[in-house]
Design a protein around this ligand. Structure first.
Ligand SMILES: NC(=O)c1ccc[n+]([C@@H]2O[C@H](COP(=O)([O-])OP(=O)(O)OC[C@H]3O[C@@H](n4cnc5c(N)ncnc54)[C@H](OP(=O)(O)O)[C@@H]3O)[C@@H](O)[C@H]2O)c1
Length: 104
């Protein structure tokens, strides 16, 4: 048989976050190679990303604060798309995002 085509490659910023983690899992299950950016790849709260099973070789972790242009540029290299989910989510201000929108 011939060589397998290389996987399509995308970046997910803030890859350890709540929504981002599920997105990374979905993308891996669909055969994508994923560049996940994390502010601190060694933080124990990101360990679930490293445990994403059989497709782990398609997951690449990048240390990048979203305000660090050079670090982000490295994480985006070779990617055809970026899912930008890294964002400060202040617990004390956004209690219920939907209600916040509706009440304005
Ligand atoms: N969850 C919901 O129900 C919901 C509903 C509506 C809208 N949203 C929106 O969806 C987005 C993601 O929400 P979420 O619930 O997944 O939040 P989350 O779990 O707090 O994820 C946010 C991620 O952003 C990262 N981050 C924050 N500041 C950063 C910085 N300067 N550089 C790099 N990374 C940074 C955090 O990384 P660290 O771990 O390093 O802090 C965290 O992993 C937000 O915009 C939120 O408002 C969420």
């Amino acid at each position: 048989g011939g060589k397998m085509a290389p996987p399509r490659r995308v970046c997910v910023t803030g890859g350890g976050g709540f929504i981002a983690s599920w997105l990374v899992k979905l993308l891996l299950s669909r055969g994508y190679a994923v560049h996940a950016t994390l502010r601190d790849p060694c933080d124990p709260k990101n360990v679930h990303l490293k445990q994403m099973g059989e497709v782990r070789e398609n997951l690449h972790l990048f240390k990048a604060d979203v305000l660090d242009y050079d670090a982000l540029t490295r994480a985006f290299e070779g990617c055809e798309g970026v899912f930008h989910l890294a964002t400060p989510v202040p617990e004390d201000k956004i209690v219920d995002p939907e209600a916040g929108v509706l009440s304005n």
